[in-house]
Design a protein around this ligand. Structure first.
Ligand code: TRP
Length: 74
């Protein structure tokens, strides 16, 4: 697979989860990373990862712009 752009996830509260989902016939969680407020994760889509789910309040910087996810309902 060609080299993919990096995505930057910037947590804006404690306990933000970045969840990687598998590529292929089955779409399953394969990795979950927990970020606290101010922590940043830099990630790519790969041959193993086709999608990412972000839970919690974060800024997601992509080549297509910045997306803001909302805080979890409590
Ligand atoms: N081993 C995973 C992969 O190569 C690591 C990974 C890459 C990942 N991008 C991710 C994990 C995004 C979670 C979210 O695909």
């Amino acid at each position: 697979m060609a080299q993919q752009d990096y995505i930057v996830i910037e947590a804006e509260e404690d306990g933000v989860h970045v969840i990687g989902l598998t590529r292929g016939t089955d779409t399953k969680f394969h990795h979950s990373e927990k970020l606290d407020a101010g922590e940043v994760m830099i990630a790519q889509f790969t041959e193993h990862t086709s999608a990412m789910k972000i839970r919690g309040k974060a800024k997601i910087h992509t080549a297509n712009g910045i997306i803001e996810s909302a805080a979890k309902a409590k």
